[in-house]
Each structure stands twice: as C-alpha cells, then as structure tokens.
Design a protein around this ligand. Structure first.
Ligand code: BGC
Length: 816
C-alpha cells in the first residue's frame, strides 16, 4: 500500500486548485493555450527538449468504424446541461478507482474505471493474471488475445466500464525502471502487437481499454513534482522531463501506442512526467498533435491520477477527462475542487472555454461507450468494490452512488486454467545443461530461497518487498488482489508426493547464504535436485536500485551450487536480472519465470516436470553487468532548481538490443533468447514484394485510427520453414529482424524486430512461419518530411530464434 500511497499522495495534492478565476487554468509554467495557434502537420511536432504548441484540439470524426456510435453520442450529449457535461469529464470519489457520476434522467448509470494491467485490482473473487512482462515473454499472439479477453470479461462482470491498461509506457528504456513489468517488452514491435491483442481482447469482452501512460513515462523517480510540505499547492520542483527527439519518439515510444490506436483503444492515459518540457496531460504537441492528429485517435484522453496541473490550458491541449477529479489528497482532504468540475462551468459561462470543446470531450467519452454497447444491460458495480476501495472510501464520497446487484460476485470462471498456461508460456528457459530438465521424477528434492513459500505478511496484495513469500506480481496500481494462489513449494510438494518423492526446504536466504549447504543437508546427502527460488521486486513510484536478485539471491545460488551438483535456479522477477553465476558448472538450469500470476506454482511444476515444454523468449536483453545498459534512470540531480529534473534520451534508438548490437557488446542472454526441451531447425527463407513500384513515401491517405493507413499496408511477404528436430512436441518462435540499408539516417540500429510467429510443432513436424511486412516495418521516421520513409538500397531480412541466433537471411531492394 505504501507504494500506492506515496504515488497518489504525490499526485493528488495537485488537485488542490482554487475556483477563483485567477488561479483557474494555470498552476506553474504551462504552455499558453491561447496565444499560439499553429496549423497541424506543418511543423516538427516534437522537438528535442521543447514542446511546440499545437492547437486546436481536433474533434472526433468517428472514422474507422465508430460513425454510428458517434451519432448516438452526439445526440446524447446534445441533451446535457453544462453542469452535466462538466460532470462527465471530471472524476469523483466513488466506488471505483475512477468514477463518473450517473445521470439518471438519461438512464446513464455512470462510468466505473478500475486498475489495471493484470487484474481487476480492487475486487474480490477475481483472478490475478500473468503480468505484462510474462505476456511479452510468451511471444504468443493468441495468448495475448485470450488473456485480454478473459481479463475484460472479469472487469465487465464486476461492473467496470474501463480497464486501466494495457501499458506501453514505460516501454523499458531503462532496465531499472520500476514499472517495466506492467508492460510487455522493451521492443516497440513486440510491445505493439501485445497492445493490439490485449486491447482487442478487452474490447471484445465489452470493456473499454485505456492505453497508458502516454508517452515517454520511462522512470518512476521524480515522476511527479515535489510540493512544499507546508503549502501543498506550491511546487518546489517540476516533475522530470523526458526529452525525446522526434525520430526516437516515433520509432520507439509512440510505436506501440500507434498499435493501440489502430486497435481502437477507447481511451489513453496521459502520463505524470513532462514530455520535452511540458506536462504530459497539458502537452498539446503530444495530445493534439501526435495522438489526435497524426495517429487519428478517436477516443478520450484521461489524466493519470493527479497528473492534471491546470484547467483550460490542459483542455485546450487535448485532455478530455480529469482523474480522479475532485478528490483531495487520497480523499482525506474532502471538498478540494478539481481543475475541471465546476471550473468548466465557470469557464464556459465566462467565455474562456468554448462549449464545442467541452462537447467534443464528452462525445469522445461516450462514443466508445455506445460502440461497445455499454448502454445495454451493463452489469452493476459490485458493491464489494466499494468496500475494498481504499483510494476513495465511502466517507470521501460527496456524490450519490447507488450500488445494486450481487455483492462479491465470483467472476473467475475457468480462468485459472489459462493463467496456469500463461504463467508457463511466459517463463524463459535460459540454461539446461545436459538435459537436467525436465525432471525425471526425482525422489529427493531440496528447495532453497525465500521465494519458494507462502508470503507471511499478507496473502491478498503484493505491496512490498517482504522478505518471505513468493512473488507473483509487482507492486502499486498494477498489482492484483489474490483470492488464492499456488506457491512453488505447494506445487512441488504435491507433485513429489505423486511421484513418491520428498521435498525438504530452507526458506531463509540469510541462513542459506551464510551456511555450508552440505551441513544443512546432513544426513541427507546430495539431493537429486536443488531448486533455488529467487525473487526481484519492482513497484510503481520507485525504480529498482540494482539488477541483482533481492535478498542476497546471488549469494544463495553460490552457496547452494558450491555443494549441490544439480542446482536449478528459478527467478520470479520484474525483468532483467544479471545472473552472474550463470556459468557455474553446478548451476545446471535457469528458468526466468517472471511474474506468472496466481497459478505460479502449477505453471512452474508443469515446466520443471515437462508437462509443458518451455517456449518463452526474453522480451529484453540480459547483459553481463548492470553497468552495461545504456539508459539508466536519471537520478543524479543534486541541484535544487525548479526545472533541474531533465532526462535527455541521448541514446536515441539505442536501448536494449539495439544498443548492444550497435556496439557489438557481449551479453549474457540476448533479446529473444529462450530454450526448449526439443530442438528446432529453420530453412527456406522466401521474401517477396506484394506490389510493384513501391515508393519511398507513403501515399497520403486520409488518417484512420493508427495514422496514415498506407503505413499499415503489407508490402512484403516473408516465410520460413520451421521443423521440430527433437523428440518431444514444443513451440518455436520464429523472429524476423530487419536491417535497413546504409542510406538510412545515422543512428539506425543494425537490426530491429519486425515480425514473430509462434508455431506448435510435433516431433518431426515442419510448418511455415509467414510474416507480413507493413510499410511502417520497412521505414524510418524522417524528421524533415515528417513522414515514414522507406530508404533506398539493400535491406537485410533475418529470421532466427533470437536477436543473435539469426538462422537465415536474404537481401531485398524495396524501392527504386
Ligand atoms: C498510476 C496509474 C493508475 C492510477 C489509478 C496512478 O498512480 O500511474 O497507472 O491507473 O494511479 O490507480
């Protein structure tokens, strides 16, 4: 809880605004919403370190399939009073994490917004799914959709209209960032596909998705401003500014969000930090320019909780909904007005805000509502959500919320089965010496490490880096409430019992690290297998202090491996761990099990015993040392100037494998790496154009959700044959990387992921992996023309089993 508390406290004091006219509309340095009006698309929309004004905020057109819903929304909004419109764009303390009040006279029962990216967090009898990082590690498009759909069904059954996820920001610029695990991968292509599949799944279930946090939200430290402890409305320093050049913005940080828009995400959440100097939720370049104009986003932008720092200026800059709205800090300071709310009525009445802009805000909110038929038989909010809501408990409510319907509905359905599969699919086998795995019914099993057993502090929420207890998820708003879970120890014990085996265990890391393990094991002698369970915590509002396993995990491994000849190490982790002992001869197997969700132990035992063949691949790179990574969070700000927190994304495109490849740096396990219990072969790469006379520049087509539709047209096909050459069934991931010609601008990474296909193969079976390369996949963002451009010259298309195991390649000339 501490994490949520500290993060929300930091954000929520911002909400203290005054209704008097002088204060309204500005609090600290903001862009002047009114003195600049610049035509869109005639200028570079993001500049490095400064954020140009882009106004006005584009109106929704309904293009891309929302036309009918838009008409309904327009007709509906036409019936509202100004006060009701203000209510529609302003959160209130209520039963959910975010609440829009009902308008009973129009049969509108309000909107319930709930976290988050791996579960409906504030709920009982709900499932906790595998985290984003596990989902990314599965490299499985069907799984991504299946998970999104199952999650969406749970949100809906609990009465939540909006799921506050999925996450593509942070993307994972820094291996240390505290929220990387909520998202899918530090590669924008993989993350983009996962965004698209998850959003489609959520929305097919009838729940609105919220792609967050837009954009450049790459670290937790100083994500919010700091306030004077005595005068909570006065900032003493601004939040960090993510200073991102235009090309990097497009090719890395915007990329997965473009997929989200293309998938028709109902909403976007603007981020806490500044983007090129201007706060994310009042940044006209990012909201009006990049999102609503260039990407053609038709939905609404909601603020992160407490990320609104101004009223009219934020509205003019493209913000459509203020969350959590009128709450004071944590709901403890009731009655503190919102920058929106009553101020909107005042601004409309005194002419400083045009009604048409407010109408567009509400229409953008109601169009996806009608599109998803949320006006028809939508389940009521489960009253238990209100009881569990510590963010805005009942005593903070100032508006009326009538809660009806069954309390504590069990919405878990049969999801445990798919969570068990997903947890396994998101685990990556990194080492398997002499086929030590799968285990062959070992009789004598020794388990070590504080990640193996029951959490002793709380079984409900992961909210701290407690010493004892396995980790299924990270902390903050992205976690879930467990209705039950299966620990590794429970699952290992029940499996060993089936096989007539025994399990002994030692859970105290300090004891293990400082003991001679042979004496711990006396008189039992050498076990058949020693399983070491390590954990690595990460949470919202904090970045990771190191990339090692927590609780002296590295020493635990060394201690066990110094005696135990068959040491299998399993990590439950938010992401990168540097694994310095990976070459130890007694460490026979390593499994990066990420954050698998509530069936963790079962997912693990399925893999260890070979009921499931590992098929996960790293969605990031494991470097030799933490210092090898190129883009640590910005922390070394020792000065006290108001604007001193600046994070210059000087590495540009060179994050994760793009950097290690560009600089030819040896890594421990490369991006895309993952072993199986079988072996695969790949051959017959064929690459062929789908059109003649492909031009460098895309045809200038009318913008659709996702941007210029020409960018999404497939222009090349590629295919390879993949065979299972081993003796057990398994799944291979064929990964396609593109090397752009040398004519591409300096700084272009040597290879970038542009396709992946997971194939399930029986022994001896061969299948074809087919890839469609879209125009965007073969282009770079040209900062001069403000277009995606296909460079002239020879492209190299590589396909392999990881970013450094490139089995086949071919060259093609796309244009000219
Ligand atoms: C987080 C969001 C979350 C919101 C509501 C914020 O602190 O950044 O991701 O959805 O809280 O809990």
């Amino acid at each position: 809880m501490a994490a949520i508390l500290s993060s929300l406290l930091a954000g929520s004091v911002l909400l203290s605004g005054s209704v008097n006219a002088q204060n309204f509309g500005s609090n600290g340095p903001v862009e002047d919403a009114f003195s600049y009006v610049q035509p869109l698309n005639t200028t570079i929309l993001t500049e490095y370190g400064s954020s140009p004004p882009v106004y006005p905020s584009p109106n929704i057109t309904g293009v891309g399939g929302w036309e009918a819903a838009l008409e309904k929304a327009r007709a509906w909004v036409a019936q509202l009073t100004t006060e009701e419109k203000a209510d529609m764009v302003t959160g209130q303390a209520g039963p959910c994490v975010g609440n829009i009040v009902a308008i009973p006279r129009l049969n509108f029962s309000g909107l319930c917004l709930q976290d988050g990216p791996l579960a409906i967090r504030v709920a009982d009898f709900a499932s906790v799914f595998a985290a984003g990082v596990s989902t990314g590690a599965s490299w499985d498009k069907d799984l991504m959709y299946e998970r999104g759909l199952a999650m969406g069904r749970e949100f809906k059954a609990k009465g939540a209209h909006v799921a506050l996820g999925p996450v593509a920001g942070p993307l994972g610029r820094s291996a240390y960032a505290g929220r990387n695990w909520e998202g899918f991968s530090s590669d924008p292509y993989l993350s983009g596909v996962a965004m698209e599949k998850t959003i489609t799944g959520h929305q097919d279930a009838g729940v609105q998705a919220c792609a967050k946090h837009w954009v450049g939200n790459e670290q937790e430290i100083q994500r919010n401003p700091v306030y004077d402890p005595n005068v909570t409305t006065v900032k003493t320093s601004n939040a960090i500014s993510s200073n991102i050049d235009d090309r990097t913005m497009h090719e890395l940080y915007m990329w997965p969000f473009a997929n989200a828009v293309k998938a028709k995400a109902a909403s976007f959440m603007c981020s806490y930090q500044r983007i090129n100097g201007s706060y994310g939720c009042q940044n006209s370049a990012s909201q009006n320019g990049l999102l609503k104009t260039e990407l053609g986003f038709q939905g609404y932008v909601m603020s992160d909780w407490g990320a609104t720092h101004t009223g009219v200026a934020a509205i003019e800059a493209g913000l459509d909904m203020n969350m959590p709205g009128g709450l004071g800090p944590y709901g403890l300071n009731f009655g503190v007005p919102s920058f929106f709310g009553g101020n909107i009525t005042i601004a409309v009445n005194n002419g400083s805000l045009d009604t048409s802009r407010v109408d567009d805000m509400v229409i953008r909110i109601m169009t996806p509502y009608f599109w998803l038929n949320q006006d028809q038989n939508f389940p009521s909010i489960d009253p238990s959500s209100a009881d569990l809501n510590t963010f805005s408990p009942r005593r903070t409510w100032t508006r009326n919320f009538t809660l009806t319907g069954e309390r504590s509905r069990d919405v878990r359905s049969n999801h445990a089965e798919l969570i068990r599969r997903h947890g396994a699919a998101g685990s990556v086998l990194l080492k398997n010496k002499n086929g030590t795995l799968p285990l062959k019914a070992p009789r004598n099993i020794a388990v070590f490490g504080n990640d193996a057993g029951e959490p002793t502090q709380s079984s409900v929420l992961n909210q701290n880096n407690y010493e004892f207890g396995t980790l299924f998820a990270g902390g903050g708003s992205g976690t879930g409430q467990f209705s039950y879970f299966v620990t590794p120890l429970q699952a290992l014990q029940s499996r060993a019992r089936q096989d007539g085996g025994l399990v002994h265990y030692w859970l105290n890391n300090t004891l293990i690290a400082n003991s001679n393990v042979s004496t711990l094991l006396i008189p039992r002698g050498q076990p058949d297998v020693c399983i070491v369970m390590l954990k690595t915590w990460a949470e919202e509002a904090d970045d990771r202090p190191h990339l090692s396993s927590d609780w002296d995990g590295d020493a635990v491994v060394e201690s066990v491996a110094s005696y135990c000849a068959n040491t299998v190490v399993v990590t439950h982790s938010s992401g990168v761990n540097t694994l310095p002992w990976s070459d130890h001869p007694n460490v026979t197997a390593i499994l990066a099990a990420h954050f698998p969700g509530e069936e963790s132990g079962n997912s693990l035992v399925d893999l260890l015993y070979g009921d499931v063949n590992p098929s996960g691949h790293l969605p990031y790179t494991i470097a030799m040392n933490g210092t090898d990574y190129n883009a640590p969070p910005t922390t070394a700000i020792n000065t006290t100037g108001f604007d001193d927190w600046q994070s210059w994304f000087d590495e540009k495109l060179e994050i994760d494998y793009r950097y290690f490849d560009a600089k030819n740096i040896t890594v421990r396990y490369e991006f895309g790496f993952g072993l199986s219990y079988t072996t695969f072969n790949m051959s017959n790469l064929e690459v062929s154009p789908l059109a003649n006379n492909i031009t460098s520049f895309p045809e200038n087509l009318p913008i659709q959700p996702g941007g210029n539709p020409a960018l999404w047209e497939s222009i090349y096909n590629a295919s390879v044959s993949v065979s299972n050459t081993g003796s057990v069934a398994g799944a291979a991931v064929a990964q396609l990387y593109v090397g752009l010609p040398s004519s591409a601008p300096a700084g272009t990474p040597p290879r970038q992921l542009r396709g992946f296909e997971k194939l399930h193969l029986e022994p001896g079976e061969t299948q074809t992996a087919a890839f469609e390369l879209m125009r965007r996949d073969l282009s770079y963002w040209d900062i001069i023309s403000q277009q995606w451009v296909i460079p002239e010259g020879e492209f190299t298309i590589y396909v392999g089993f990881s970013s450094r195991d490139l089995v086949v390649h071919d060259t093609v000339t796309v244009v000219g």
